[in-house]
Write a protein of this length. Sequence first.
Length: 115
Amino acid sequence: MRVLTALAVLTFLYMGATAGEIFSQAQPWLYLHGIGAIVLHVLTGLTAVAALLVQRSTGGSLVPVVVAATVFVLTFVQALLGTLATLWMHIPLALTLLLALCWVLAWSFSRTRVA
């Protein structure tokens, strides 16, 4: 779970880097940003499954599972909002999702995994 969540966070950072280049209207960056979105969907989905497996094996809190699953679902909303007309929602949602993933990552490294 730690590896998946860390990779998801790194992918989000990659998405931010490529997003800045999209404003230059360079097609390769838009393509790379789209590939990053697909990778992000896969990683956040796997993170949600891993969080559920950890919760079931330890009997811990459901909060990290709910947060991870919510992030997974909202990555699809995020993709739908990725046009110039809705960037005013796309960018704040991206930052919120990044913070939520960082929380899941921090939780995964906590010793007791208590939420």
